[in-house]
Write a protein of this length. Structure first.
Length: 276
């Protein structure tokens, strides 16, 4: 998902945004030949993510910067752990510090939050997945972080899967008409998902052969009834009112997938620091 040329291009834009026409603090406090060493530490427990992106920030600034990591993406980190040693030209380490931390803190925060949700599912087999409620321009990094935290991915963009929502149904005239029209045009490799608010819609979605049926903002009892009704004829996704207090009970209804925007949109950044 995150290949090096994609990372490099994104990092260059981020550095340009931050450095502007020059780092007037670092440029005047350091000489080109000055070198320094520092350590990437974690100040809280969590899941580390963003290794290659963190490294790319410094690689773009100077190939003379050396980084030794002690953790990889998806690893559990504990408060006080040393994640990496960094050594190289002081000017470029200081110049890239904030940008590198921004990536790693954001990505580690999402991985950590996702891990909490997946663990909260407990003994059930439901998978936690993300949504398209992501930061513009940062989606690939956020979805990568979900995977690193033990979660799974929903569609990456609108071309991955046909998802029929309430406005699509109203526009098409009915749920069945929407599914039938899409079947005529989309590739055999694409699935059709239907968002359902009622048991009646679920019955219609089953009858017209939807591949994935989303149970949107339903009560636990209604979800259980719908899972029995669908009876393996489609993948069942639960969405709406998903949080750490509700996710275990939702998983207990027998759904296959639980989608939540909170694992990305409400994930706090993880407190990491670059210390001399």
């Amino acid at each position: 998902m995150l290949n090096n040329f994609f990372i490099e291009e994104h990092v260059k834009n981020a550095l340009q945004e931050d450095i502007g026409f020059g780092d007037i603090t670092t440029d005047y406090l350091t000489n080109e030949e000055d070198r320094m060493s520092c350590v990437l530490n974690t100040r809280v427990d969590g899941i580390f993510c963003g290794k290659n992106v963190f490294e790319m920030v410094f690689k773009v600034l100077s190939p003379s910067i050396n980084i030794k990591f002690y953790f990889k993406d998806g690893d559990v980190i504990k408060k006080g752990d040393k994640i990496a040693d960094i050594e190289g030209p002081a000017r470029y380490i200081l110049m890239g510090e904030r940008t590198a931390l921004n990536y790693a803190q954001r990505m580690s925060g999402i991985a950590t939050e996702t891990n909490k949700y997946q663990k909260a599912v407990g003994e059930y087999e439901a998978r936690i997945v993300d949504t398209r409620k992501t930061t513009p321009g940062f989606r690939a990094f956020e979805k990568y972080s979900v995977k690193a935290g033990g979660g799974s991915l929903h569609r990456f963009n609108l071309s991955d899967c046909a998802m029929i929502k309430d406005n699509h149904i109203k526009y098409a005239g009915s749920l069945t008409k929407a599914v039938e029209k899409l079947r005529k045009h989309i590739s055999h490799a694409h699935k059709i998902e239907v968002e359902c608010d009622t048991i009646e819609q679920v019955k219609e979605a089953v009858n017209c052969g939807a591949d994935i049926i989303m149970l949107d903002n339903m009560s636990l009892d209604t979800m259980r009834e719908c899972v029995k009704l669908i009876n393996g004829k489609a993948i069942v996704e639960a969405s709406g009112n998903v949080n750490l207090n509700t996710v275990h009970d939702i998983a207990a209804t027998g759904v296959d997938i639980i989608s939540s925007s909170a694992i990305v949109a409400k994930a706090p950044t993880l407190d990491l620091g670059l210390d001399m």
